[in-house]
Design a protein around this ligand. Structure first.
Ligand code: ZN
Length: 116
C-alpha cells in the first residue's frame, strides 16, 4: 500500500509534530494519492488535488460508454441510427446481427443483441 515516505516541512494541526508525506496507491486509480500522516497522534489527511485526480480516474473507469447521437430520417416514416465505431467494437458487432428492440418507457430504447 505505501509507496514512498518522506518528511516534509508541515506540522500536525493537532499535536504540532512533523508530518510525513506518504504516497498511497488507491485501487483503480492510476496516480497515487498524497497523504499527510502524523506519527505522534495519528492525524491523517489527504492532499486535495491528488485525491481529486484519483477520484476522477476511478469515475472515468466506471462510466459506461455513453455517446450522444442523432436519429436520422431514412424515408417517410422510417428512422435510423448509426452505430458508432467504439460502440460496435465494444460489443463486437460486425453488421448483419439480429437484435431485439424494446421500449420500456418514453425515454429509453433498448437494443439487445441476439446471441446464437
Ligand atoms: Zn499529530
Amino acid at each position: 500500500m505505501l509507496k514512498e515516505s518522506k518528511v516534509i516541512q508541515m506540522k500536525c494541526p493537532k499535536c504540532s509534530a512533523q508530518l510525513k508525506e506518504i504516497k498511497v496507491k488507491i485501487q483503480d486509480a492510476d496516480s497515487s494519492v498524497t497523504s499527510y500522516q502524523c506519527g505522534g497522534c495519528g492525524y491523517f489527511d489527504f492532499e486535495g488535488k491528488s485525491m481529486e485526480k484519483a477520484i476522477s480516474e476511478i469515475r472515468a473507469r466506471e462510466a459506461p460508454l455513453k455517446i450522444k447521437q442523432k436519429i436520422i430520417k431514412l424515408s417517410h416514416d422510417r428512422l435510423g441510427m448509426y452505430i458508432n465505431r467504439d460502440v460496435a467494437r465494444s460489443l463486437n458487432l460486425k453488421g448483419g446481427e439480429e437484435v431485439y428492440v424494446s421500449v420500456p418507457d418514453k425515454n429509453r430504447l433498448i437494443v439487445n443483441l441476439v446471441h446464437h
